[in-house]
Design a protein around this ligand. Structure first.
Ligand code: F6R
Length: 266
């Protein structure tokens, strides 16, 4: 795992956007895995800017979102469908038929989840998966206890996640208790993973995910099993890392003579 600690949230967002642009420069028809929530807002702002000012082209890109709340229609203001259209899709040139976001209201949930997995396969698999991390260490909505081999399915949100996400809803009771989410196993099949985190409330989860044991109790720790996982942190999110000096040293070396040969494989 490559851990990069940056000065600010803005730097995290810009570095994440550069990773997306790098992938698109070598593979214009790449498949991107996308996340919602507060963390990727800066990334999406920067991608929109790069599309507008630098011609970053999404015309051949396919996207798969990680998750959606169960019970929210796609036009609900708090649905992840609306979130993605507001913050990214309406501002860039991704073709509508290439956008995949789990449905929040499928007739047959398990058949639908199997279909979503098949779409990922049929599009050639995910090249770069963007991830945030929950304060309880979740990736996507793989809450503590989720199998590290799990696939797309319905999950019950942890109480803490419901509390954390209540800020987006008028009332706490309005936060759905279930989501359809890619599984940890689905996520681990992406060719590259990019996890971003900012803010002090993520510091503990980040430290457990990076330096703790691989455990279903902190599903982000599964990134330790991936060959090409990069973590971008601001100072606050890196605040509880014990190996901080080591990670800074590795990044210094990347800037040195042999840095380019270190490659992205970790
Ligand atoms: C959202 C998702 C979640 C969030 C996580 C952090 O698609 O997959 O795992 O990434 O809950 O959310 P924020 O960024 O709002 O702190």
């Amino acid at each position: 795992m490559e851990v990069v600690i940056l000065a600010s949230y803005d730097e995290v967002s810009r570095a994440a956007a550069r990773e997306v642009a790098r992938v698109l420069s070598t593979k214009p028809n790449a498949v991107l895995g996308l996340a919602t929530g507060s963390t990727p807002l800066g990334l999406y702002r920067e991608l929109v800017r790069m599309h507008r000012d630098e011609g970053l082209d999404f015309s051949q890109v396919t996207t798969f979102n990680l998750d959606e709340y169960v019970g929210l229609p796609p036009n609900h203001p708090q649905s992840y469908h609306v979130f993605m259209h507001e913050h990214l899709f309406q501002h860039v040139n991704v073709a509508a038929q290439n956008i995949f976001i789990p449905s929040g209201a499928p007739a047959n949930i398990s058949a639908y989840c199997a279909w979503y997995e098949r779409q990922i396969q049929e599009r050639g698999g995910i090249d770069l998966q963007i991830l945030g991390i929950g304060a309880d260490g979740h990736v996507a909505f793989n809450e503590p206890g989720s199998s590290l081999a799990s696939r797309t399915r319905i999950k019950t949100l942890a109480r803490q996640t419901i509390e954390d996400n209540a800020r987006f809803f008028e009332r706490r009771e309005d936060v759905p208790a279930y989501a359809i989410t890619m599984g940890v196993g689905t996520i681990l099949e992406a060719r590259e993973l990019l996890l971003c985190a900012n803010g002090r409330n993520k510091a503990r989860a980040v430290a457990l995910a990076i330096e703790g044991p691989v455990t279903a109790m902190v599903t982000a720790s599964a990134l330790q099993m991936h060959r090409q996982a990069k973590v971008l942190l601001d100072q606050e999110a890196a605040g509880e890392l014990k190996m901080r000096e080591h990670f800074d040293w590795i990044e210094e070396c990347r800037a040195g003579a042999l840095g380019a040969q270190l490659g992205t494989e970790q």
